[in-house]
Design a protein around this ligand. Structure first.
Ligand code: GLY
Length: 393
């Protein structure tokens, strides 16, 4: 476990503190309204300003279903209001059916259970929530391929006409903290050894020397041999999908936090510098892919929210002379995205607009829309800045 040495809080300008107070005020109004209106509904992206229950591909198994309870736990931690705890508990009870249903689960089980059951256990000590978290960790561990040394992504098994089951993706850097947590909780290092091996493989095959990342890497699952890095959710093979970049910044920071291995911290910095330099020349609002043509211009605010939260976490583990780079960049992203995309009207669902699921979206239904994880990471970043975060990852 890495130490946060001399970190005692974020050093912000008076103007930033005033912005933060204003945002927190609006957040409490909006979130109270959403919690009352949504209850244990599981939201993804609103239609005509309103969320609909499980309105996404894959229903209860969809990878984003932990973010609503995560938002509720952050609000409960900050305010102590029972509404948030009760609602988060109700959503978690619904999500728990995936553990017995089993077949729809995949590597994204960390996104489902870290912000729900594990958050519940961390905050309240709930024994049933701990059991659910450990079941989820055992499932994730079962996806580890010991020859290729990675956690297998997805359940589909065809690529380019061939049968392939050896997928690895950058997003999974945010799932492996479930394994670090399980090792600590059970005093059994098997979980963390798999997580470390996966993170080392990601360093080798996903992160390029300039700090940009592949989204997907394919291995021969029988031999572990590298086969390809296809396009994924970004513009092309060899491009730099901005949300993938944000998973790398935050994910490698977390692997450093949980292991103290300096190489992970350096990889996180490398990926952070790639994001910061691209954002600095583009008004601090991420496009969907940092290595795509200027037209059509498509934003992805969710990449901004995740990058900001990741940079604020990274800032805790560097010295005081390095810290302002990450904190100022995070503030620039948050403020630019808030000004351009946030909807604070409590009558309408969702906060941060401008989220994009993938680069190619012919019908435009998933382009520049509010997406639940944009809201989650925005709230998490605000709570980090205010020192009232419930640590989730
Ligand atoms: N984890 C899938 C995505 O970021 O879209």
């Amino acid at each position: 476990m890495a130490e946060t040495t001399d970190f005692t809080g974020y050093d912000l300008s008076d103007d930033d503190w005033a912005w933060l107070d204003g945002v927190y005020e609006k957040l409490t109004v909006k979130m109270r309204a959403e919690a009352r209106h949504l209850g244990t509904m599981i939201p993804y992206t609103p239609r005509d300003g309103k969320y609909h229950d499980l309105d996404m591909q894959d229903g209860i198994y969809f990878w984003t279903n932990g973010f609503w309870p995560g938002m509720l736990w952050q609000m409960y931690n900050a305010t102590g209001e029972e509404l948030y705890r009760e609602t988060a508990q109700g959503v978690e009870d619904r999500l728990s059916e995936t553990l017995t249903g089993f077949e729809g689960l995949d590597h994204d089980i960390g996104f489902l259970f870290l912000p729900s059951s594990v958050a519940n256990y961390r905050k309240t000590g709930n024994a049933e929530a701990r059991r659910r978290g450990l079941m989820a960790a055992n499932f994730l561990m079962g996806r580890y391929n010991p020859v290729g040394r990675y956690i297998r992504a997805w359940n589909r098994s065809y690529w380019a006409g061939d049968k392939v089951s050896g997928w690895m993706i950058i997003d999974c850097m945010m799932n492996i903290p479930l394994l670090y947590w399980a090792s600590q909780e059970t005093n059994d290092p098997r979980f963390k050894h798999s997580a470390i091996a996966h993170a080392k493989t990601a360093q080798q095959y996903i992160v390029r020397p300039d700090g940009s990342c592949n989204h997907v890497v394919i291995f021969d699952s029988e031999t572990g041999e590298y086969l390809d890095n296809p396009q994924g959710q970004g513009y092309a093979s060899g491009s730099a999908w901005s949300r993938g970049q944000s998973w790398a910044v935050y994910g490698f920071t977390l692997s450093y936090k949980h292991t103290g291995d300096e190489s992970f911290l350096n990889t996180a910095k490398q990926c952070a510098h790639y994001c910061i330099s691209n954002l600095a020349v583009n008004g601090w609002i991420p496009v969907v892919d940092y290595r795509s043509p200027a037209e059509p211009l498509k934003y992805d605010s969710t990449a901004g929210m995740i990058t900001a939260a990741g940079l604020l976490e990274l800032a805790k583990y560097v010295g005081e002379l390095e810290r302002p780079l990450y904190v100022k960049a995070a503030m620039n992203i948050l403020r630019a995205c808030e000004a351009k995309f946030c909807d604070w009207d409590p009558e309408r669902d969702a906060i941060v607009g401008g989220g994009t699921f993938y680069y190619y979206d012919p019908q435009g239904k998933n382009t520049e829309v509010p997406i639940i994880y944009g809201d989650y990471y925005f709230i998490e970043a605000i709570m980090k800045l205010r020192d009232s975060e419930l640590f989730i990852w």
